[in-house]
Every structure is written in C-alpha cells, then in structure tokens.
Design a protein around this ligand. Sequence first.
Ligand code: AMP
Ligand code: ZN
Length: 112
Amino acid sequence: MENCLFCNIAGGKIPSEKVYEDEVCYAFQDIAPQAPVHFLVIPKAHIPSVSAVTAENSGTVAHIFTVIAKLAKEQGLESYRVVSNVGEQAGQTVFHLHFHVLSGRDMAWPPG
Ligand code: AMP
Ligand code: ZN
C-alpha cells in the first residue's frame, strides 16, 4: 500500500535498521525502543492488524512466529514478550500488522 509506513519500510523506500529479512517478512529495530531489545516483525504483504488474519494469510503469521523464535534464540533471549496491538484503544498507531519483540528488562503483568 502506497501510503503505508510499514509497506514502505518493508519495500526499502523508508530507511530502517534491519534485523532480518526473507521473502515473507521483515524485522527491524523500533525507532522508539521500550526495552533494551525492541524490534518489530512485519509481513511484507499489507495486513492491517491481527483482526484481518484469515485462513488465507495465516501461513504468513505462522511463518513470522518461526522467525521470532529463531531471532530470539540467535540473540540469546531467554525471556521476552511478543505484542501486537489491535485498534487505537489497545495502542495501535501503525495499521500494518506488526509484532513487537521486547526483552532485557522486567515487565509488568497485567500491562498498564
Ligand atoms: P503500535 O503503536 O503498536 O502500532 O506500534 C508502532 C511502533 O512502530 C511503535 O513502537 C513505534 O515506535 C514504531 N515506529 C514508528 N515509526 C517507525 C519507524 N519509522 N521505524 C521504526 N519503528 C517505527
Ligand atoms: Zn502496509
């Protein structure tokens, strides 16, 4: 999608600090990290949020989770949090599916 920030990041039109890339997904450092480790994993295809996941595109989401597990292992993360905000009330500000991977500090549960 032309006006989508994360489509443009995945397509290399807007710069980002790349963590990982394959045909299906792209991972990059969050610009405003909320923990010592904070990167985002996004599908290259535009999916607005978890609420738009269907039987047709769920393979992409499954793949993203294998990538998250691989990156966490490679980075030696023993404990981490994976978050996807859905909708404005939950804190979603970019309407292209993304999974936050956060680690390296104590985290409260339930979240504030
Ligand atoms: P959310 O609020 O869950 O939609 O998450 C959007 C995330 O994208 C936030 O954590 C932002 O800091 C991050 N973000 C926004 N713009 C950029 C950018 N240009 N490069 C990297 N991360 C970004
Ligand atoms: Zn997009």
